[in-house]
Design a protein around this ligand. Structure first.
Ligand code: PAF
Length: 285
């Protein structure tokens, strides 16, 4: 595996594969790998000839009061895991390679980015502008045929699908199911912030989603019933959600009932960690 820091070196390294018509896959990450990242890497490894994993903690998607400086990092461990999982290129550029002096372009997807995490009272649309700008840059730098993302960031996956559709970016977007701990907690790099007691309370999120799934399985499809069942599980663990919302899984419009593929999304702060989770009700993920 080669670790590459510059766009020029990346292009030179990938040129022979591109000329030979080999398929190139990209897994964009912010590092501190967990099983969720490794599931994306393994799927991508099976599906393409040359696999690039990017490791870049993107400052532009963190708000001023967010955890950019504290965000967990361990490049040596990530590089070791990447190598063991068959990654060909670890692209780990410094900040000024991605955002050189005078950088002044933003790629924004409207609508989808104004609700849930993008609501002005939460991370805000600026968070998604940071994501879509860096993902566009990564797509231009690597020029992959396919790129892999996790369903845990369901809103991000929808936004990226819309980005590539709207801008005719020739990258197929693959979204894989959320990977969970044995007890249901969604894998997240931010889980390292949780104390044992907070870890227990954080289970409220996945339990809330399970309660909603049971409600739907029992035929109660009205949003009030589904949300109340989910809310009871959060309350039982003293978790106050930032949001707990039922929305269309295709365009994030509000859903009054589970009708077709409907996204139940939750975000909550547990101790220092801001956690998100979701499930798609009334259809398969
Ligand atoms: O999901 C993430 O880790 C990030 O948002 C991404 C897609 C790597 C962009 O920085």
């Amino acid at each position: 595996m080669k670790t590459i820091r510059t766009v020029a070196d990346l292009r030179e390294t990938l040129a022979p594969a591109r000329r030979a018509g080999s398929s190139i896959g990209l897994v964009p990450t912010m590092g501190f790998f967990h099983e969720g990242h490794l599931a994306l890497i393994d799927a991508a490894r099976d599906a393409c000839d040359v696999l690039v994993v990017s490791l870049f903690v993107n400052p532009s998607q963190f708000g001023p009061s967010e955890d950019l400086d504290a965000y967990p990092r361990d490049e040596r461990r990530d590089a070791d895991l990447a190598e063991r999982h068959g990654v060909d290129v670890l692209f780990a550029p410094p900040v000024d390679e991605v955002y050189p002096d005078g950088f002044s372009t933003t790629v924004a997807v409207h609508g989808l980015t104004e609700v849930l995490d993008g609501h002005p009272a939460r991370r805000g649309q600026g968070h998604f502008d940071g994501v879509t700008t860096v993902v566009t840059k990564l797509f231009n730098m690597v020029q992959p045929d396919r790129a892999w993302f996790g369903q845990k960031d369901a809103q991000q996956a929808l936004v990226i699908r819309r980005l590539v559709r709207d801008l005719d970016i020739p990258v197929a977007i693959e979204v894989l199911p959320t990977v969970r701990e044995a007890d249901g907690l969604a894998m997240s790099s931010r889980n390292v912030y949780l104390s044992p007691d907070e870890r227990e309370r954080a289970l409220g999120l996945s339990r809330a989603l399970e309660a909603a799934e049971q409600e739907v399985a029992a035929g109660r499809l009205d949003a009030r019933d589904v949300l109340a069942a989910a809310r009871r599980e959060l309350d039982a663990r003293g978790v106050e959600p930032e949001y707990l919302e039922l929305r269309s899984a295709s365009d994030l419009s509000p859903a009054a009932r589970v009708d077709g593929r409907t996204l139940l999304a939750v975000a909550a702060r547990v101790g220092r960690a801001r956690l998100i989770d979701n499930t798609v009700l009334g259809g398969t993920e």
